[in-house]
Design a protein around this ligand. Structure first.
Ligand SMILES: Cc1ncc(COP(=O)(O)O)c(C=O)c1O
Length: 242
């Protein structure tokens, strides 16, 4: 049997879950603003077993809000001592909602025409500050480390990854995924990579960290210029070092 996809889709009503529900979105915003204005409180009010049926969209938000929003750590509170998770400016909350609403995939210009252009413009602004002429955005440092080390393997044929003992686990993991050896270099009393202990880097990708996970230590970023086959700086949270 042949199916006329065009006519079929024309006669099938759109699923309302995928249409903008103004009242639902406004309720979500008022829950966010209301709960953030309250002192931190709330425990999750959820059944212990998987429910037979859903709660419904807005009732689910209302049920979750007191704990999920009210009980969340207030990263922007003046009394919050800095940690690697920074507070987010309100405009980023709005942009995250836009991004969720359109869910563009940067894979190809067909799937995300404007988002791809936006990415190229932003990379064009930033790349010259790093002496580069291109790049692309990734959603976190684990993927940034993997991508950079993949490039090192493909472009320079590196066989090992060298990083300090205090480097993030994702560096060692990327090396394992890419089939590269991993060598850890000792750190000094301030958790910075000991440059004199670098050894031979002629077939190595050297990963330097600008802001280690536990103490925010910054490795000597000029280490091994000209000696290593590839140099990569893992700078996941510049705010952490500020
Ligand atoms: C130094 C460092 N590199 C990489 C990462 C991984 O970052 P992400 O969680 O964004 O993948 C972290 C996360 O804490 C980190 O501290």
């Amino acid at each position: 049997m042949s199916v006329d996809l065009h006519n079929d889709s024309m006669s099938t009503p759109a699923d309302p879950s995928f249409q903008a529900d103004r009242a639902g979105l406004q309720r979500a915003l008022s829950l966010l603003l209301g709960e953030l204005g309250q002192p931190s409180h709330g425990s999750l009010d959820l059944p212990s077993g998987l429910p037979e049926a859903g709660f419904g969209d807005v009732p689910a938000l209302e049920r979750l809000a007191p704990a999920a929003l009210g009980g969340a750590r207030r990263l922007g509170d003046p009394g919050f001592l800095a940690h690697m998770d920074p507070p987010t400016p309100w405009v980023a909350w709005a942009a995250a909602q836009w991004a969720a609403g359109v869910n563009q995939n940067l894979l190809h210009t067909d799937t995300a025409p404007v988002a791809r252009e936006l990415e190229q413009i932003v990379v064009g602004w930033l790349a010259p500050y790093f002496g580069m002429d291109g790049g692309h955005l990734v959603p976190g440092s684990t993927l940034a480390n993997l991508t950079a080390l993949w490039a090192a393997r493909e472009l320079r044929g590196v066989g090992e990854v060298v990083a300090s003992e205090a480097a993030h686990l994702s560096v060692r993991k990327a090396a394992a995924l890419l089939g590269l050896d991993f060598r850890a270099v000792p750190v000094d009393e301030r958790q910075r990579l000991r440059e004199p202990e670098l050894g031979d880097l002629s077939r190595a990708a050297l990963v330097l960290t600008a802001g280690t996970t536990v103490t925010g230590a910054v490795d000597p970023l000029a280490a091994a210029i000209g000696d290593a086959a590839w140099r990569h700086v893992d700078a996941p949270g510049p705010g952490r070092c500020g």
